[in-house]
Design a protein around this ligand. Structure first.
Ligand SMILES: [Fe+2]
Ligand SMILES: [Fe+2]
Length: 203
């Protein structure tokens, strides 16, 4: 069962109190609502949920980065994995382009330069981490893949690719995030089994 639902966004609006931050969050949500990737709008809200679960006092830059980290994927001409030599290069380009798109969007919402730069930095690092704040975003994103994206990903990509993606995702989790992972119980028995097996194999 998904811990949060996509419509949790309405509730989460209360965490953006500054006018420019609320505008930026609304713009990000508008873009994601049009994403051709089915899970994206819900994944953004669910990543924000996990971020606040792991760090209830996460600041505005972290919260905006949680919402907007995959904004690159919301484009019709989004990057395609098969155009890249390997998965990590694909993810690195996705993060870089997403940081640029988010920066422009936040600028149009009037977000101050300091916060904007931090959001772009976090998005640039969301796939790899490397410092406590980026690691936190990476954990929230990774947990949300399992909590929200997994059933939709499985339906679209099939078993083998979902297993590969789940192993890749599990390896990115910090020890603390692996504790939260155990709470995630998909409705589908096969996926429940997949999560248990991935954890058992990689622990
Ligand atoms: Fe991403
Ligand atoms: Fe993501």
């Amino acid at each position: 069962m998904t811990v949060t639902s996509p419509d949790r966004g309405a509730h989460m609006d209360t965490v953006f109190t500054e006018a420019s931050h609320a505008r930026a969050a609304a713009l990000i949500r508008e873009v994601l609502a049009r994403s051709p990737v089915e899970e994206d709008a819900g994944h953004a809200e669910n990543t924000l949920h996990w971020l606040l679960r792991m760090e209830p006092s996460a600041d505005a830059a972290l919260r905006m980065a949680a919402l907007g980290h995959d904004i690159e994927r919301a484009r019709e001409d989004r990057l395609q994995r098969h155009s890249f030599e390997d998965y990590d290069t694909f993810k690195a380009q996705h993060a870089e382009l997403g940081a640029q798109i988010a920066d422009e969007l936040l600028q149009s919402a009037g977000v101050e330069a300091e916060v904007r730069q931090e959001v772009a930095r976090l998005i640039r690092r969301h796939e790899v981490g490397g410092d406590p704040r980026s690691d936190l975003l990476k954990d929230a994103d990774s947990l949300s893949y399992f909590d929200h994206n997994l059933p939709l990903y499985y339906r679209r990509e099939g078993w083998d690719e979902t297993l590969r993606r789940a192993r890749w995702g599990y390896q990115r989790l910090s020890p603390r995030a692996r504790e939260y992972y155990r709470e995630i119980t998909p409705d589908c028995a096969q996926l429940k089994q997949l999560l248990a097996e991935v954890a058992a194999q990689l622990e």
